[in-house]
Design a protein around this ligand. Structure first.
Ligand code: PLP
Length: 397
């Protein structure tokens, strides 16, 4: 063959993170077949779907088997019933988002990756460490990325004041709060600084709120639209994955207010064009299940599951407090991001935990250079395993 390929792909840092973790765990298991390994590296939910959600999905599947209620292609941007339910969810959070500014999709990852399609080659600002999709999708498009470092000093919440010199006009800025992997959350003041910066530099914020449902504290915004000015500068991407356990069901949404314009170009119109061309919508049973997750009963069931994970997180953070170990996350997030012991790198710490107490976590450097002395532990496991892991960790930390 003699075709041109997208050579930007050569610039993607090959993260062998999860395959490398799996290989090290397999090697350990081969040598220690009786070891009881506790996996605390997963970013996936483990509790089953709430009954309300399952019932809605089953009912929708049955409708699909009856001539009168069968449905073919769904609307590209989502069924009205789900866009309305998401709009009401925003109203409950105290912000006004019109249903036709909400675009339903098969998950936040797709939207975060696909949004790059509607922009030209703008400068891009991305925090480090962070969920790798923002970096990789911009690298695939050949965009120049400026990293802004999360550190112990800024609590892994970098602010625009820490950006390198330059005017940063017309940048695309990615923010994730509650953050994966650090669990850190921007409060209203800190998020306002980013919105003000975006407005004053004519920049766009892509705000990933996939973990919004874990927020518990009053001063932490649940949506960027709580911040004045955000309707003029921000897209918000959210997901049913962590809120309702939809990682295997697949549903999310993106909000693009009509007021979001670059010159004459309406950002929502570009996204509509992109989605109508390359996407054929989310299945009817999945959208009915998502609608059920947003009903009063659905929300109570989802919150019960989230609280279960958060109680796991508290067991972990209680131990870290007791040991005086620096960490972020855990209270508004399923992730606890802890500092490795003095002089120990994140892979070394991984090996230590695996070899000494048979616990698997995620080395921080898998999320960017800034994670090389940090380690991510997740609260998505069972209570029993979390309790046992905490006891094992108590002996070696
Ligand atoms: N955004 C963040 C920060 C995530 O951690 C994840 C998944 O782990 C996603 C988005 C992807 O969400 P979805 O399952 O809706 O694609």
């Amino acid at each position: 063959m003699n075709i041109n390929t997208n050579t930007n792909f050569n610039n993607i840092k090959q993260t062998y993170l999860f395959s490398e973790i799996a290989a090290r765990v397999r090697a350990y298991e081969a040598e220690h077949p009786d070891a009881k390994i506790i996996r605390m590296g997963i970013g996936d939910v483990t509790l089953p779907l709430p009954e309300e959600v399952v019932n809605a999905m089953v009912k929708a599947c049955q409708e699909m088997g009856v001539k009168e209620t069968f449905r073919g292609y769904p609307p590209e941007y989502g069924y009205g019933f789900l866009r309305d339910a998401i709009s009401i969810h925003y109203a409950d959070l105290g912000v006004s988002i019109a249903p036709d500014s909400i675009f339903v999709s098969d998950g936040a990852k797709s939207d975060l990756g696909n949004l790059v399609d509607i922009f030209g080659n703008n400068p891009v600002i991305i925090p480090d460490p962070v969920y790798p999709v923002y970096v990789d999708s911009n690298t695939m498009s050949g965009n120049k990325i400026t990293y802004i470092n999360g550190t112990k000093e800024n609590g892994f919440l970098p602010s625009p004041a820490e950006l390198p010199e330059g005017d940063h006009k017309g940048s695309v800025i990615y923010l994730c709060s509650p953050n994966n992997p650090t669990g850190a959350v921007y409060d209203k003041k800190a998020l306002t600084a980013w919105v003000d910066f975006a407005v004053s530099t004519g920049s766009l914020i892509i705000y990933d709120s996939a973990y919004e449902a874990f927020i518990a504290e009053d001063d932490i915004p649940h949506t960027i639209y709580e911040i004045p000015g955000a309707y003029e500068c921000a897209i918000e991407v959210c997901s049913f994955s962590k809120f309702a356990g939809f990682t295997g069901v697949r549903c999310g949404w993106t909000v693009i207010p009509d007021s979001l314009k670059s010159g004459e170009a309406s950002i929502a119109a570009l996204w509509k064009r992109r989605q109508a061309t390359k996407f054929n919508g989310v299945s009817y049973p999945v959208q009915r299940a998502a609608e059920a997750a947003l009903s009063d009963e659905g929300i109570s069931a989802c919150v019960k599951n989230i609280n279960y994970y958060k109680e796991n997180a508290k067991l972990i953070t209680d131990l870290l407090n007791e040991k005086g170990i620096f960490y972020t996350g855990g209270s508004n997030s399923p992730y606890v991001w802890l500092e490795c012991p003095e002089g120990v790198g994140s892979w070394e710490f991984f090996d230590k935990l695996l070899n000494e107490v048979q616990i698997v976590g995620t080395p921080g450097e898998g999320f960017g250079k800034g994670g090389d002395r940090y380690f991510r532990i997740t609260a998505f496991g069972s209570r029993e395993n979390t309790m046992e892991a905490v006891e094992r960790l108590r002996n070696i930390l």
